[in-house]
Ligand binder design. Sequence first.
Ligand code: NAD
Length: 356
Amino acid sequence: MKKNILIVPGDGIGQEVTEVGKKVLIKIAEKFGHEFTYDEALMGHVAIEATGNPLPDETLEKMRASDAILFGAVGHPKYDNDPTAKVRPEQGLLKMRKELGLYANLRPIKLFDELLGASSIKPEILKGSDILFFRELTGDIYFGEKGRKNDGDTAYDIAEYSRYEVERIARKAFEAARTRGKKLCSVDKANVLETSRLWREVVQALAPEYPDITVEHQFVDSAAMMLIKDPRRFDVVVTANLFGDILTDEASQIAGSMGMLASASVGDSTGVYEPIHGSGHDITGMGVANPMASVLSAALLLDISFGLKAESDAIISAIDQVLKAGFRTRDIADSTTAPEFILGTDAIGEEILKRI
Ligand code: NAD
């Protein structure tokens, strides 16, 4: 298969981990006989420094011209401590989502058995959990009208969803459920919110088209509780932007470390694949960042954008073997890990490459 992949490392540890993600893609192409070509582009703080713009036009053009994008993270302490800064790295992120029409954020939450102890949830409750979240990314309370009323002491944010917006993400979730455990949980607050009543109506109307999928509707408060109480009951979860924002961060704790989770943002054109973590100012340049989230993002890219399931599985299996062999990065090591098994970013990357 011939494909053109754009690498956008961004800032901080984004650069360190994406380097490993790219090496894994090169290895996979070699092993499975694909012809991947790579281009690179600036985004975030590095792009502001070079051009004054967090998402330069040149980067956007390269994004549109590529078949898939492996992204790192953006952010720099300079902006975190200055909320008044007019040009900010995360503006690049929001613009990218808008310009590429990335309306669905997919976040697989799967715990490797060897890391059961790293989570704050009891292993017997966690073991076997495997959830795929679909969070709607371009609508809801984040994008509706917002403001202050005349007195300045009353504020409002309008939540809006159209039938079309709900249907397109619900379809993606139904289709994903077909390739997994055939269960879909739609999360809303239909007892209180009109947008949620529309959401539920649309999902219910689609259900007859997917008779092989068991659909369940859950209120967001109860879903938040069940995620911790019994995560194994979930297979595919689909929800609105705000609920998804909160629930996916809650669910990330199931996996124990930010360094282990990948995500995909997809729409109708080029998909973006990235770790869920940020630019990790506190560990930038130390060579200790866990690159597995970036490597798992590369696996998602191969599976979702290119339909290369065997190649994607080969990456996941290599990570599984590295963990089984006892190797850890600092963030996932515990008191039982011998110091010689705690590896840096590049060294653990080499262990993964060896096993592909
Ligand atoms: P963060 O995810 O960068 O870091 C949170 C904590 O987790 C830190 O202690 C960090 O060292 C650790 N961590 C994160 N990734 C790790 C990895 N791969 N290996 C080992 N440890 C890891 O979040 P933050 O500190 O809140 O934010 C730092 C910067 O990143 C900010 O500027 C923020 O705006 C930005 N950010 C960007 C994105 C993105 O680009 N999508 C997402 C979140 C935060």
